[in-house]
Structure formats: C-alpha cells, structure tokens
Write a protein that binds this ligand. Structure first.
Ligand code: 5GP
Ligand code: SF4
Ligand code: MG
Length: 457
C-alpha cells in the first residue's frame, strides 16, 4: 500500500490526489482521501485506481487544509469496501482518521484483547486496531498514540489525522518506508516514497526514522521516539527490488541505482555469453541495464508492455494473474529471433511470469533463454505487508534451482546471492540492515500466530 498526507494547505485534497496518483504502483485495488475541516472528517473512498475513484467534483467536496490518503493492495484482511482506508473513528472527544501501509503481526492478539474489553471492529483489517488502542489510553493525545504504537509489532507506516494535525510514525524496524517533504508555502507532506514528493514539487526533508513519531506544530516538525525497545534498520529489501518506483530514494538510497548494481552483481556471480540482454518491464529494466553494462552484451527491448494493464502480481487471484501476464507482455520477434537471450527479472514468486515469458520468447524465435533473477530465491512468506503469505505458493520452496529451471523451460537459471544483493543496496555503507526474511527465514519480528494461521498448520 501507499500512504500520503499533507498539513496546512488550502488544496490539501488535490495535493493528496497527486501524491496518491504517483504511489499508484503500490496498490491498485482501492483508494481513499480524508480531509479534515474544523474537526469534521470529509472522506471519500472506493475500489479501483485513483483516477477511477476520484474526479474533480469529488475532490471539491473534500474541504479542509489537512488530508491523508491511501492506495490499497490487500494483504491482511482481504478486499471489500469496509477494509478500504483511510478509516474514520468518530468519538465523543472528536474524530480521528488513520491510514496504514504494512502488516501488524500481533494484530489478532491485540484484537482479541480489545474485543474482550468491549471494542467492536467494523472491518477485518489489522489497521483498525490502532484506532481502538488509542481510544482506550488516557492522558495527552501524543502519549496515547505513543503508548498504542508501542504495543504494535510488525511493519507499519502510519498516518493519524486529528483536528488540524497529522502524526506520522514508522515501525521499530523501519520495515516500511516513510518520507517527509515540504512545499514552498511551508506545508509539510508525508509519503511512502519520495516520488510522491517530486510530483507535487515538495522538497525532501528527511525520512521518518524507525520507532519515530513526528508531528507538525506551528509550521515546525516535532519528533519523538515512541518506544523504549531497541530500534533497528531493517527496511524491506523487496522495496528496492520490486515494490518502489525507480526514481524514489528509500532511506536515502535511490531505487534505480540499487537495481542497476544488482544487475551488475548478477552478471559477476552468474555470467553467460549471449547476444542480447532484455528486462521484464517495468521493474526489471534497471537490473537488465546493469547486467548489460557489466557483461558488454547489448541491452535490447525484447519485451513490450501494454501500459494499460496494471501490476499482475497485485491481482488477488492466480487466474487473474495468469490472464494479466498474457495481456501485459509481448515478445519482440525481430529482436530475439535466432538469438541467445539473457532475460532478467526482478523476482520469482509463484513462477507465473517467468514461465510465460520464456515461452513467449521461444515462440518469438529465441534460440536460447537464460533467466537471471535480481533477487535471491523467495522461500519464506512475508508477514510484513507484501502478499506472499503462504509457503505453498512460493515455487522456490517446492523446487530446487534446477527443477525450477526445467519448470519454466529456460536454458539456464540463476539468482543473485543474498550478499550480492545486500552489497548492491548498501553500496556506500550508509546503513547496514535490511529485511531479507523472505529469502532466509530469519524473521525480523516475533511472528506470534501469523505463520500457523497463514499456512494452516
Ligand atoms: P511470479 O509471476 O513469479 O508469481 O511473480 C514474479 C513477478 O511478480 C515478477 O515479475 C515481479 O516483477 C512481480 N513481483 C515480484 N514480487 C512481488 C511482490 O512482492 N509484490 C508484487 N506486487 N509483485 C511482485
Ligand atoms: Fe520485504 Fe521480504 Fe521482509 Fe517482506 S519478508 S518485508 S517482502 S524483505
Ligand atoms: Mg515483473
């Protein structure tokens, strides 16, 4: 998912719309904006793309100069309008609106406790837990929010909007990204990725740190650490590999640069002689350019993507994903015919994409197809907000590299190593931690009941 917020701008809803539009790649199932005006929460949300959900009339009705918004890709809780964010909580002491990117691993436990104390939940989303927790605390609002955030375990970037203000917080491990920007009129904005700051002309200020909560007061940014637990730098490696846009910088590191370095590293680790290097659009182009540069093999546009088909992986069912891949990618026969092709993809999850593309390329006349993957094999489910949540779905869990190579009908197959990937992302040693749980099973957090529930043991 993607979150975006703006504080102190007369066109808050409009800015939020542009911000969400540039975060569209993070979720295409639903979108919503909530705008605060004199304590009243004006909200509109619906299923579909940002441009499908909103038009000028709908935006005009969203009055107020503070706004938060969300684009949704359903992981925890499933689809359905009741799970579309932002959520609004109307209480005797005023209204509050919340949106969240990530996934809480102890949501079920907290939910049970809250229900035992009388809370009634209106969605199956894990996000609603925070609203109920805040309601049950006592004292100043900031202390109530901090105490509530401290109880959460897992991955989050939260935006909490109250009258005239937004609190922005990131989990203790920094698993999900969250950046702060400033507009020329002094209005602060918060966004899952910096590409959303660029698009509205905001200047990047800094990232929210793991375990930090920030708030804008009288035009100034106030910050606090909401926990006494130890903090870590474990941003999701998949954000760099696949999820984020190449023009975004995550924790100060440019996504395209890391992908290109991963492509180079992939060549050093798994070289092959070939005629052309091609990437699977869009997310693998940077890695393919890197592989081509390191190997000296020309980079070519061997696959063309239909721009009007969304992200296939994000489709909720396997049938929709298969149909999606068919409609989305075409092989360019004049480029690949008679050639030895190196095909770079960013990842293999269920194997749907690679298998189809190898077949497309061979149908288009490719003599050999050598597949190189710019992430290590994904063997473990993610519980932190990326939808690879059952172990059965992960093809690298069921097959060795050789078996998988045979299954996708490639002439050879290789993955980048974990060390190689790490080096590509932290190339200048700015930070040292990354979440790589889906590759090595060393989960960053306690998993509580998540693993058993997801895998029905
Ligand atoms: P597969 O087709 O093997 O199931 O998935 C791999 C393809 O889906 C790759 O081409 C990649 O670009 C995309 N993909 C990989 N990982 C993710 C992910 O975590 N989330 C989403 N939404 N898409 C992914
Ligand atoms: Fe990202 Fe994988 Fe960690 Fe999930 S398990 S947060 S996808 S690196
Ligand atoms: Mg892809």
């Amino acid at each position: 998912c993607g979150v975006f917020g703006v504080v102190g701008h007369q066109d808050a809803a409009q800015i939020c719309y542009y911000g969400l539009h540039s975060l569209q790649h993070r979720g295409q199932e639903a979108a919503g904006i909530c705008c605060e005006c004199n304590g009243k929460m004006n909200i509109y949300k619906g299923e579909g793309l940002v441009t499908e959900v909103f038009d000028q009339d709908k935006l005009k009705n969203l009055n107020g100069n503070v706004a938060i918004g969300h684009v949704r890709y359903s992981t925890a809780g499933g689809g359905g309008l009741s799970n579309v964010q932002p959520f609004v909580f109307r209480t005797m002491e005023g209204s509050m609106s919340i949106c969240h990117n990530g996934n809480l691993v102890n949501a079920n436990i907290l939910k049970q406790e809250l229900e035992d104390q009388g809370s009634i939940f209106s969605s199956t989303s894990d996000t609603e837990v925070l609203g109920h927790l805040i309601k049950r605390q006592e004292g100043h609002m900031i202390d109530r929010i901090c105490a509530s955030l401290d109880k959460l375990d897992g991955a989050f970037a939260f935006l909490v909007m109250l009258e005239g203000r937004i609190y922005a917080a990131r989990d203790k491990y920094g698993l999900r990204p969250l950046s702060i920007g400033i507009l020329s009129n002094g209005a602060y904005v918060f966004a899952s990725e910096t590409c959303a700051l660029d698009v509205i002309g905001a200047k990047f200020v800094r990232d929210v740190e793991p375990g930090e909560i920030v708030r804008v007061k009288d035009g100034k940014l106030l910050s606090k650490t909401y926990t006494k637990d130890s903090l870590q730098d474990k941003i999701c490696a998949m954000e760099y590999i696949y999820f984020s846009r190449p023009d975004s910088n995550l924790d100060g590191i440019n996504v395209h640069t890391t992908r290109k370095l991963a492509g180079k590293q992939l060549y050093y680790e798994n070289p092959i002689e070939a005629d052309v290097v091609i990437g699977v659009p869009d997310s693998s182009i940077s890695a393919a350019i890197g592989y081509a540069e390191a190997s000296g093999i020309p980079y070519e546009m061997g696959l063309v993507k239909n721009k009007y088909v969304g992200r296939t992986f994000i489709q909720p069912t396997q049938e929709m994903r298969e149909q999606g891949v068919r409609m989305k990618l075409s092989a360019v026969s004049s480029i690949v015919s008679g050639k030895k092709v190196v095909m770079i993809d960013d990842s293999i999850v269920r194997g749907t994409t690679s298998k189809r593309i190898v077949r497309h390329l061979k149908d288009a006349g490719a003599k050999e197809v050598h597949v190189r993957i710019a992430s290590p094999a994904i063997k473990f489910p993610c519980f932190y907000g990326v939808d690879t949540s059952t172990i059965e779905e992960l093809i690298s869990n069921k097959m060795s590299v050789d078996e998988l190579c045979e299954y996708i009908e490639a002439d050879s197959l290789a993955f980048i190593s974990e060390e190689g990937l790490h080096k590509s992302i932290h190339f200048d040693h700015q930070k040292c931690g990354l979440c790589m749980s889906c590759f090595n099973g060393n989960y960053v957090t306690n998993l509580y009941d998540s693993f058993d529930k997801a895998n029905k043991f």
